[in-house]
Ligand binder design. Structure first.
Ligand code: GLN
Length: 451
């Protein structure tokens, strides 16, 4: 395993003695404007900088998943991914901002929203908003992030960085504050896919603490074929559609064979995802009851309803909505109609998509829109909000590995495309995006920590 990309550059350059001290101050200053971090340590150790999404445990460091209900929580252990990269000499630079518990697509379900480095009036995407902003701000840095239904691809696309979501099970989830256990994947964001490949090799593999982690060989079965699913491009904004067509032209010129197909099940992936993810989220949040976890309500003389209302009042509005809807869809009287049906539709979608992925990649725009203004997102209804995840949900729902990479800039804003491959073929994605990077230079407005 060889270092390449920014990690190799960084380790090969002589740094001033006070480099890490200055880097910390610079990050702290910029954080006042961009709010990428929920926490920055007082002192940085030497090593290649890495950040950690705030729903992943770092020993002794406040970990809140951007929720008030977890304020003050100091994990007594490192998540497996954190332990593994620390052991390789990487330097922890902070916990990144996010939508509360991962519930959201725009990074606004948190106390202070992260801002898009390409335009501060716009959202950074979500839920891993801070991870993407930190990557777009800091030159030498890798972000450990997490995706349930698009939380890596979406902000990576809006902030112009590379975002990798691995095959479900390839990376241990031990130490992750669960959103939806059958969907959560810990992945990475960086300025180059080469750094992602290097750190993925460190993080991946079986972990005795996570029974869903597996020791499967990660393949690199490359393909020269790309399939575009019509239902994944029909609803995207006109400017995105145009620029995606020109991307297809470029890839064709590079020797890929492009074909189009229809897959009508894409249309049901949104409702299926939200039913399953909310059902699981509602059970995961049950533990924040004020007894062992969550806000402590010390007054045990309160009646049942008052006690739990007080203990659970710290949840934000979106978390409350998901507890209610998630509890509903798995209630005995309607379970067969919603939750169980969603599970079988997920299995159907996996089968259908695997047929396409047998010998080709699936490519689509990552998001149907450019990064919207914060004030416009605040006007969306919950359902309008959920529907904007329509392109990132299919691979996440099915556990397929995928990468969002920047491929164009429209009105000064970065646009990402999302490439998907079959389970445990993650390395083929690295090859695909590396080929792309050999012909395309990503743009960044900031280079904190430049040497
Ligand atoms: N926007 C999606 C949701 O709110 C995905 C979030 C995520 O991947 N954590 O569920």
């Amino acid at each position: 395993m060889e270092e390449e990309g920014y990690i190799a550059d960084f380790n090969g350059i002589e740094k001033p003695g006070d480099y890490f001290h200055r880097l910390r101050d610079e990050i702290q200053n910029y954080n006042e404007k961009f709010h990428a971090f929920n926490f920055i340590p007082e002192k940085l150790e030497e090593g290649f900088p890495f950040s950690v999404k705030d729903n992943i445990c770092v020993k002794g460091v406040e970990t809140t998943a951007s929720s008030r209900i977890l304020s003050g929580y100091l994990p007594p252990f490192d998540a497996t991914v954190v332990r593994r990269v620390k052991e390789k000499g990487f330097s922890f630079i902070g916990k990144t901002n996010m939508d509360e518990f991962g519930f959201g697509s725009f990074g606004i379900n948190t106390d202070i929203s992260a801002r898009n480095p390409f335009d501060e009036d716009r959202v950074a995407g979500g839920s891993s908003s801070g991870a993407a902003v930190a990557t777009a701000l800091i030159k030498y840095h890798i972000a450990i992030a997490e995706s349930t239904g698009g939380s890596i691809s979406n902000p990576a696309s809006f902030c112009g960085v590379v975002g990798f979501t691995p095959t479900y099970g390839a990376v241990s989830r031990y130490g992750l504050i669960d959103y939806a256990n059958s969907l959560d994947k810990i992945g990475l964001m960086a300025r180059s896919v080469k750094d992602i490949e290097f750190v993925f090799d460190i993080m991946k593999g079986k972990d005795e603490h996570d029974s869903t982690s597996v020791d499967r060989k990660i393949e690199n079965k490359k393909s020269r074929k790309i399939t575009v699913i019509d239902e994944m491009i029909s609803g995207v904004d006109e400017d995105i559609r145009k620029s995606f067509d020109s991307l297809l032209g470029k890839l064709e010129a590079q020797g890929y064979k492009i074909s189009h197909t229809s897959l009508k099940e894409i249309g049901i992936s949104g409702p299926v995802y939200y039913i399953i993810s909310m059902a699981e989220a509602s059970t995961n949040l049950a533990k924040f009851s004020g007894f062992k976890y969550g806000l402590k309500v010390e007054d045990f003389s309160l009646d049942y309803n008052t006690f739990f209302t007080n203990a659970r009042d710290a949840f934000g509005e979106e978390a409350k909505r998901r507890i209610i809807l998630g509890t509903f869809v798995r209630a005995a009287s309607v379970r067969a109609r919603y939750y169980q049906k969603a599970l079988s539709l997920r299995a159907l979608l996996i089968r259908k998509m695997r047929e396409i992925l047998k010998d080709s990649y699936i490519l689509s725009p990552t998001m149907p829109i450019k990064a919207p203004k914060i004030k416009d997102v605040e006007k969306l209804t919950p359902v309008q909000n959920y529907m904007l995840d329509i392109l990132t949900i299919p691979p996440n729902l099915c556990g397929f590995p995928h990468i969002s990479f920047p491929y164009d800039y429209i009105d000064g804003l970065p646009i990402g495309a999302q490439v998907i491959t079959d389970h445990f073929n993650d390395k083929a994605l690295f090859s695909f995006v590396e080929d792309w990077e050999n012909n395309f230079t990503y743009k960044f407005k900031y280079n904190l920590g430049e040497i």
